[in-house]
Design a binder for this molecule. Structure first.
Ligand code: EPZ
Length: 427
């Protein structure tokens, strides 16, 4: 297994190209199931999770063709064609490796009238139930059966009538599964308290480009008028707002200034707001976002929330940054039950953080020193990289396969702006 070696102290400066969004791509790819015609996605990031999802799609008999981009460029163009679906089963050995596979349940049910998907199980940050996915599909008229660790969803005779569902908890994935099901239902469906994340808007935009009829895009109340069939489309995946926010924190903690080429300021507004409160100078324009250190970092209290609130996926990275703020910051994690896995590793680098349930108290500025640390979940791993960039000495981060799931060519992008970071094979 590879590891990353980082020597802290370099001030980052320059331009980082921002890739297509992992969490948008993972819900756009299964849309290929909804039509017999080719669907082409541009700006797909080269990530382990995207490769994994492509592999899963081939299990169903879907052809995937990678074309366009040269190897050294960022982003990929892939055409998916589901003219013939040879299996409606997503097997355990694939789903267990990538829980986003649950997002094939809705579109497979909508296209084929049935779908069988292994239950995804939990992960490091929480037990990640899928009850809301299933309740939404039942609200549209699906029959759901849980058997031997699999979810089996079936349409009643005559197809899915569609229906209304009011989400008791905002759920990105359940909103995505519901949308990809309702678009081919016989009638009209309405979702209340639906997730409003930019990735949901990206999904609605692709579905609309394929011929779906969706009203209220970008709001928490969505109305979907089912149509008989959807056609193919070519669509460009949105820029990754979490990748951009992560590199903004990296620039900030080193006292540097970085241009995030391709970042979308609207999508990352809550992160920009937090970074401005912490004391950074941020400029936004149509082609990207520029982040510059601007004196001492100010302690700032942060609470995660569904969009447009502060993204839970940014909590770990901002916590790393706040270890260098001149004072005490309080961070509250309201979305997941176990998303402080980075705290003990940051403490080993000298951070002063105490946690009480879902609240973390960060006292700064800490003198961070390099250490051997272990990556756990994707965003916790990035928070260790951010701390290492400002730490005295050398940090080795192991189990970086977690990082490769969500950050395209991480070390190359950081090397572009002067970071001293190398990927080496683990002895
Ligand atoms: C998506 O996960 C993202 N993953 C996560 O990013 C992100 O942290 C999360 O949304 C919140 O923004 C992808 O898009 C692939 P949820 P998802 O359903 O859909 C509870 C990353 O680092 N819940 O919005 O699984 C759940 O337990 C990843 O890129 C239910 O109770 O998140 C959680 O507490 C990590 N029942 C809350 O809702 C359900 O059926 C929000 O989860 C579904 C969810």
């Amino acid at each position: 297994m590879d590891k990353l070696i980082i020597r802290g102290g370099n001030r980052l400066s320059g331009t980082i190209p921002i890739s297509g969004a992992k969490n948008a791509a993972l819900t756009l790819i299964p849309c290929a199931l909804l039509t017999e015609e080719p669907m082409t996605l541009r700006n797909l990031p080269r990530l382990a999770d995207i490769d994994g999802f492509q592999h899963l799609m081939t299990q169903f008999g879907i052809s995937t063709e990678i074309h366009g981009k040269r190897a050294e460029e960022f982003g990929r163009v892939v055409t998916f064609e589901a003219s013939r679906i040879t299996s409606t089963v997503a097997p355990y050995d694939l789903v267990r490796k990538m829980r986003a596979s649950i997002l094939v349940l809705g579109p497979m049910l909508a296209r084929m009238g049935e779908a069988t998907v292994s239950m995804p199980g939990g992960c490091a940050i929480g037990n990640r139930p899928i009850d809301l996915h299933l309740k939404a599909l039942e609200a549209f008229g699906a029959e759901i059966e849980l058997t031997q660790g699999y979810v089996k969803a079936m349409q009643p005779d005559g197809g899915l009538p569609g229906g209304d569902f009011d989400f008791p908890v905002v759920s990105v994935g359940a909103t995505e599964n519901a949308l990809m099901t309702a678009v081919l239902a016989n009638g009209t469906s309405r979702l209340f308290n639906a997730a409003r994340e930019p990735e949901i808007v990206d999904l609605c935009n692709l579905l609309s480009a394929m011929g779906a009829e969706i009203e209220g895009i970008g709001t928490s109340d969505l109305t979907i008028h089912g149509v008989d069939r959807l056609h193919g489309a070519t669509y460009r995946v949105m820029a990754d707002r979490i990748e951009a926010g992560s590199y903004a924190c990296a620039a900030a903690i080193t006292g540097g200034e970085v241009r995030l080429e391709g970042a979308n300021a609207h999508d990352m507004a809550s992160t920009i707001h937090a970074l401005r409160n912490i004391g950074l100078h941020i400029e936004e324009d149509k082609k990207g976002v520029s982040v510059a250190a601007n004196g001492a970092l100010k302690p700032t209290d942060l609470t995660t929330a569904p969009f447009p609130g502060l993204a839970t996926d940014m909590q770990a990275q901002l916590m790393s940054l706040l270890t260098k703020a001149e004072g005490t910051s309080v961070l509250k994690e309201t979305i997941f039950e176990n998303r402080f896995m980075h705290v003990p590793e940051l403490a080993r680098m000298g951070a002063d953080i105490s946690t009480e349930g879902r609240t973390a108290i960060v006292k700064g500025p800490a003198d961070l020193t390099g250490a051997e640390v272990m990556a756990t979940d994707l965003r916790a791993s990035m928070s260790l990289i951010i701390a290492a960039l400002a730490a005295e000495g050398e940090t080795t981060v192991r189990r970086i396969y977690h990082l490769d799931r969500g950050y395209e060519r991480l070390e190359e992008k950081l090397q572009l702006v002067g970071a001293d970071i190398q990927r080496v094979g683990d002895d």
